[in-house]
Ligand binder design. Structure first.
Ligand code: ADP
Length: 164
């Protein structure tokens, strides 16, 4: 039986910490769907289409990772696509509290779906979508935190006249 998992998130924007988790999860599962929540309650910088496009470009060379969008409950989406597992990433203890509560809530909603949490690779511990946005908005360099084309897209958002 082929094991399919989803990796849900906002990915606003996708960064190297996310990419590392997705590539590692794709080594464990036969198939990984990186699924982008279309309308999270957060203020978004990138549109749904932009977030999907960036992820598709990054994983174009990985045959068992596909990118999709979804709305509604993540567990409903997992069931719809026949995924038994949801992959999440853990950076620091503060993530654990949130992820633990989410995993328990999801287990209550869908006892048939498991949450699998992968621990970040140490050099990405401090990387988050909000950090990269803040750094770029203040004129800082996010090389090494996001792929080059994502860095350029960020600069374009904050400094439309500056991007090269
Ligand atoms: P959400 O909108 O659900 O908070 P994000 O798009 O911020 O999701 O992140 C998706 C998943 O990736 C979450 O499980 C988050 O903890 C994980 N993640 C984010 N940054 C990192 C990182 N640097 N290393 C490992 N996992 C990460």
């Amino acid at each position: 039986m082929s094991k399919r998992a989803i990796f849900p998130g906002s990915f606003d924007p996708i960064h190297n910490g996310h990419i590392d988790i997705a590539r590692r999860a794709a080594e464990i599962f036969d198939e990984l769907i990186l699924c982008i929540y279309a309308t999270p309650s957060k203020n978004l910088l990138f549109s749904f289409e932009e977030r999907v496009e960036m992820a598709e470009r990054i994983f174009a060379d990985v045959p068992n990772i596909s990118v999709a969008g979804y709305t509604g409950l993540t567990v409903d989406y997992a069931r719809k696509v026949g995924a038994k597992c949801m992959v999440r990433g853990l950076r620091v203890f503060s993530d654990f509290d949130y992820e633990f509560r989410m995993a328990l809530a999801n287990k209550k909603l869908a006892p048939d779906i498991e949450t699998v949490s992968l621990i970040t690779t140490h050099q990405y511990t401090f990387v988050s979508s909000s950090t990269v946005k803040e750094v770029v908005s203040l004129g800082g360099d996010v090389s090494g935190m996001v792929p080059d084309f994502v860095r350029e897209a960020l600069i374009m958002k904050y400094f439309p006249d500056k991007a090269d």
